[in-house]
Design a protein around this ligand. Structure first.
Ligand SMILES: Cc1ncc(COP(=O)(O)O)c(C=O)c1O
Length: 373
């Protein structure tokens, strides 16, 4: 019997998505103004508990916009986890500032707060907390470090819509946060991003940068070099429909994470398997369900799963293994052993609403068989 192909990710567009996009088209508002944009920003700000939410073209430019709004540029440093998606570091590079890479911790796979202070220099302007795979970064410890050293703390929450730290939703924990709505994210607009903040002046600066730098008091007067980083009303229409169902979309991520855990945990020790764990202070939204396996077996397990029509993805390579961040100065000459180990051992498993219990059975049986070979 041939089994259907199971992708890593698949959007769930089963609510009002089609109706809202159709309305936007019928009403003729397809560009970067319109009622869905206004509503999406207001609804997303409420979702995060912040005063402002600025929709933009994607999660990468959301970070760039935030760094521009903070005035970060040449001569500055931003602390970033070595183990992250490349956009976190690249957005720092766009501004002319330098990302300084810090190692991760092995349990939640986020930046190791105990290693952050050693990386602070007189040039450090901000710490970027990245909430990886849906598990929040150690915000309480990072905010404490930021306060003691007079350094801003920002969140890259691209992968963690709705995750919580001590009961508080990400997006409003630091000075500002950024999100991605790429097609594989928990909430999607196809391509899209958002910046959230409670800071009125920062929001105003980012709004200006987002719209070509146009003077808010004088139309078609451009006193600064700005960008076109706007979201379309069509994308926002998708976003409104997704946000209506945020609770249900997140519940499916938790169901799938639990489904993998229940099936794989009994075999973990025997097979050298490590499952995702949640810190006591955190509520993860499990954007992608993940496992870690012995490095020597990782790629062959992925090939075995592919033969069984199960798509997987390896964990992100740590930034210092990429050509542009390989110079030891990006890590202040320090080794980053945990980030390297994560990059060598992690696998993202299929995670999306339509994944049923029989699919989870099939994937887990294949994982166990593949590792036991
Ligand atoms: C941690 C992280 N930061 C930033 C981004 C960039 O978002 P986008 O792909 O929407 O530009 C992503 C995702 O794709 C991400 O996972």
């Amino acid at each position: 019997m041939t089994h259907p192909h199971l992708p890593v990710a698949q959007p769930d567009l089963g609510g009002n998505e089609l109706a809202y996009v159709s309305q936007a088209i019928q009403e003729g508002w397809i560009s970067s103004t319109g009622r869905f944009l206004t509503r999406f920003e207001a609804d997303f700000a409420r979702f995060c508990g912040t005063r402002h939410a600025l929709a933009c073209a994607n999660g990468t430019v959301a970070i760039h916009l935030l760094l521009l709004g903070l005035g970060i540029g040449p001569g500055d440093e931003v602390i970033v986890p070595a183990f992250t998606y490349v956009a976190s570091a690249n957005a720092v590079t766009y501004t002319g500032a330098r990302p300084v890479l810090v190692d991760s911790e092995p349990v939640t796979w986020n930046i190791d707060a105990n290693k952050v202070e050693a990386a602070i220099t007189p040039r450090t302007k901000a710490i970027m907390a990245v909430h990886l795979y849906g598990h929040p970064a150690p915000m309480t410890a990072l905010l404490d470090i930021g306060r003691r050293h007079g350094i801003l703390v920002i969140e890259d929450a691209a992968e963690a819509h709705g995750a919580k730290v001590e009961g508080k939703t990400v997006g409003g924990l630091g000075l500002a946060a950024t999100f991605s709505f790429y097609g594989n994210k928990i909430l999607t607009t196809g391509e899209g991003g958002m910046v959230t903040t409670n800071d009125d002046e920062l929001a105003a600066r980012m709004r200006q940068f987002r719209g070509q730098g146009m003077d808010p008091e004088r139309r078609y007067w451009f006193p600064i070099v700005g960008y076109n980083y706007r979201m379309t009303n069509l994308a926002a229409a998708l976003g409104c429909a997704q946000l209506e169902r945020a609770g249900g979309l997140i519940a499916h991520r938790l169901r799938i994470a639990r489904g993998y855990h229940d099936r794989l945990a009994p075999h973990a020790d025997r097979l050298g398997l490590q499952l995702a764990s949640e810190a006591p202070w955190a509520s993860s939204v499990h954007w992608l369900s993940c496992i870690r396996v012995p490095a020597a077996k990782r790629d062959s397990l992925m090939a075995f799963l592919a033969e069984h029509q199960i798509e997987t993805r390896p964990f992100f390579p740590p930034m210092h293994r990429l050509p542009m961040y390989s110079d030891p100065s990006f890590r202040q000459g320090r080794p980053l052993p945990v980030a390297e180990e994560l990059g060598d051992t992690g696998i993202n498993l299929p995670t999306y609403t339509a994944l049923g219990e029989a699919d989870l059975d099939r994937i887990c049986q294949a994982v166990i068989a593949g590792l036991a070979r």
